[in-house]
Design a protein around this ligand. Structure first.
Ligand code: PXL
Length: 455
């Protein structure tokens, strides 16, 4: 059978908290389109704030895990993470030597809490046995200092240490991660083939537990796909930056990075656009019902990404150019596009602060009989009065809608609304917003009311 998916192996510890170790590695492999296999070296009982226990796997079992997968499926690239002790390092060295796949060595020494993930007495063995086999070694500043005994204060010291890891210790390439150094940029220094390269990205705030694991796993995945060393490292840096940016806010300690953001955001965007396309079609095919309710400012229909990915207006898609009256029917001017709506998108983002599952909305002009029918059908209806908007809110650009949604929600004890309307003000047209879990849901509610009205 021809092989149609690259295979990457991680030889690392398990993090019961799911943020680092083999758990992070597998998510990274899958996200980058590589089939992941594992050899677990140690089981840690940990969460986001502490490591409660470490149980090392017998070295012979580590060996057998590696052999089992390599002998059957073949491995295109491998990485090591937490190795815990000397015996495991020796066994891994011994078995890996027999195979020719590229090897990424992430010289994990200790966790953020300070707990040793490799016995200090084993650092010599890591240096002596495993680093010479590395295609790429990926220490952070502290790990590089301990491996090379070079004090690292800046990029020049990083270069010296990277060169030492290659020229003296025998790795093919070294990348020293500068994220822990001061300054606005995270600068990584690569040394490969006698050449230095710096990869510089703005430092971002976010969740960082598992950063090193995801970075080295991403390099491994790219090498498994046949990518060159430098390009694999550059792509991994981009990948881990996104994983930090969209970290998963959970736990009481260091929250974990989110390697699947790389794939999940584009996938969710596609789903939102598809849902909007179907909802627009449904709306247009019911032009006769809707036509009389198109407001002067025209209509829009919006849908946000799931809450964890919905930070601002660019994360909400709407109809570019709006939905307009066009002869005797209604028509979407442009395609559904992220960032295409301001007003309705703002209303949805505000509502999602309380009801994350309500991600879509459509607007029509205000009409008393629509509100009556909505109530009759059992929809949850609330409103705000723009004439009650406090002066200090009016003065702030873009503050009216969030204020109004808040007022309307308070009126219904913050229950999830189907409809929020307002009666307008000088130069502000009164409007009805119909909300739904997705665009089709919002449009279906609207059409149900308009059909009921027509009866
Ligand atoms: O991030 C280093 C690391 C690697 N492997 C395991 C870990 C950690 C950090 O906590 O728990 C299993």
């Amino acid at each position: 059978m021809g092989k149609y998916v690259p295979i990457a192996l991680t030889i690392a510890g398990s993090d019961s908290g799911g943020g680092a170790g083999v758990e992070a590695d597998l998510k990274t492999f899958a996200t980058l389109g590589v089939y992941g296999v594992v050899a677990i070296t140690s089981v840690t009982a940990q969460n986001t704030y502490e490591i409660r226990a470490i149980h090392d796997i017998p070295p012979d079992i580590v060996r057998k895990q590696i052999e089992a997968v390599v002998d059957d499926m073949g491995v295109d690239a491998a990485k090591t993470g937490m190795l815990s002790n000397s015996e495991i390092i020796k066994v891994v060295t011994d078995v890996v030597k027999r195979y020719s796949f590229p090897l990424v060595v992430d010289p994990v020494l200790r966790a953020k809490s300070g707990v040793e993930l490799l016995r200090p007495t084993a650092i010599d063995d890591l240096r002596k046995y495993l680093i010479p086999l590395a295609t790429v070694v990926t220490p952070n500043i502290n790990e590089a200092e301990r491996l090379t005994s070079i004090d690292i204060r800046g990029v020049d010291d990083m270069k010296e240490a990277a060169k030492y890891l290659v020229d003296v210790l025998g790795a093919k390439a070294a990348v020293i991660k500068g994220g822990h150094l001061g300054g606005d940029y995270a600068i990584d220094v690569i040394y490969y083939d006698g050449v230095f390269k710096e990869v510089k990205t703005p430092k971002i705030s976010g969740c960082t537990h598992g950063t090193g694991c995801v970075f080295s796993a991403a390099i491994t995945a790219e090498l498994a796909k046949g990518e060159g060393v430098i390009r694999a490292i550059i792509k991994a840096k981009e990948f881990v930056t996104k994983a930090i940016e969209w970290g998963v806010k959970l736990g009481k300690g260091y929250c974990p990075v989110n390697p699947i953001a790389w794939l999940e955001i584009p996938a969710q965007k596609y789903k939102v656009l598809e849902d909007l396309r179907k909802a627009i079609e449904l709306l247009e095919s019911n032009s006769d019902l809707v036509l009389n309710y198109v407001p002067e400012v025209q209509m829009n229909l919006v849908m946000a990404l799931p809450k964890k990915y919905a930070k601002d207006l660019k994360d909400v898609a709407g109809v570019l150019g709006r939905i307009v009256r066009y002869g005797d029917r209604i028509k979407a001017v442009g395609p559904p596009t992220f960032g295409a709506s301001r007003h309705l998108a703002k209303a949805v983002l505000k509502l999602m602060e309380y009801h994350p599952e309500v991600r879509a909305a459509v607007n029509i002009r205000y009409s008393e009989e629509v509100i009556e029918v909505a109530k009759r059908l059992g929809y949850k209806v609330s409103y705000y009065d723009r004439r009650e908007e406090p002066e200090e809110v009016k003065r702030v650009e873009g503050a009216t809608i969030p204020w109004g949604i808040e007022v309307a929600l308070r009126r219904i004890n913050y229950e999830a609304p189907d409809i929020i309307y307002h009666l307008g003000d000088w130069g502000k047209e009164p409007m009805i917003n119909v909300f739904g879990r997705d665009a089709l849901d919002a449009v279906s509610k609207l059409l149900r009311m308009l059909k009921e009205l027509k009866k």
